[in-house]
Ligand binder design. Structure first.
Ligand code: SAM
Length: 227
């Protein structure tokens, strides 16, 4: 039956996939993967064997039309990304919007995502927060960092390891060293780590590291927060 599923997949530890995610992946007609090679590890582990096609940042528009044609033919599709919930700093939005516009039903099968995993374990206020995703590399970046520094509520940022120090330094410039932050690295993986404290200490220690590797979420407390 024509139906579009968004299915969350593990952000590191394969055991985090849900039973419903596996069952749904086994039932759909097609699986749209951000990277078919990455997803093949998951498929082998859970015995999933369905036709796949690639669906990523660079073919999103074209493949959205392809997906609408599949749905028009009465078949179902699951979208998965390399990690976490598709559509969250990953392709998904265009296909979901098109599905609604064309009168198809959409479901999300919840599961792991880096935002809530990092935020919940940060020990920083989680009652209200802003998700900034990835900051722009150049144009508009400073404005976004200033807004984060001025925010009354917690902010969640996705950052690549090689830009982490630059981000913390920019934040230091606008928010000062007393701001509470938490760096969540390699969530659910072997070298999972949370470093929580005032920006001054965190920045200094991460600057002293020989190298910074892995996947990173930075949580920044609101400007009035203190403990
Ligand atoms: N769709 C994903 C989700 O639901 O969280 C996010 C995909 S986005 C392309 C990838 C970014 O998410 C990484 O650069 C990192 O900031 C964050 N991320 C993903 N997995 C992570 C992990 N295991 N530990 C820390 N951060 C992670």
């Amino acid at each position: 039956m024509a139906h579009l599923f968004l299915i969350a997949t593990p952000i590191g530890n394969l055991d985090d996939i849900t039973q419903r995610a596996v069952e749904t992946l086994k039932q759909v007609d097609y699986i749209a993967c951000e990277d078919t090679r990455t997803s093949s590890v998951l498929f082998r582990r859970f015995g999933i064997d369905k036709p796949t096609f690639s669906f990523h940042l660079h073919n999103e528009h074209h493949k959205t039309e392809h997906m609408m044609n599949i749905l028009r033919g009465g078949q179902s599709i699951a979208i998965i990304s390399d990690a976490g919930m598709p559509g969250i700093s990953d392709p998904g939005f265009l296909a979901v919007r098109a599905a609604y516009q064309n009168g198809f039903t959409v479901s999300a099968i919840p599961g792991p995502d880096a935002i809530s995993t990092a935020l919940a374990a940060s020990g920083l206020p989680s009652d209200r927060f802003t998700f900034e995703g990835f900051l722009p590399p150049k144009k508009g970046r400073q404005t976004r960092v200033k807004l984060i520094a001025e925010s009354e509520i917690t902010t969640v940022v996705y950052e690549s390891p090689h830009k982490l120090i630059r981000f913390l330094e920019q934040l230091y410039e606008f928010a000062g060293g007393n701001r509470w932050v938490c760096i969540a690295r390699e969530l659910t993986k072997k070298f999972e780590e949370f470093d929580r404290g005032r920006l001054e200490r965190v920045l200094q220690e991460w600057k002293e590291r020989d190298s910074i590797k892995g996947e990173i979420v930075v949580i920044i407390a609101g400007k009035e927060y203190d403990e």
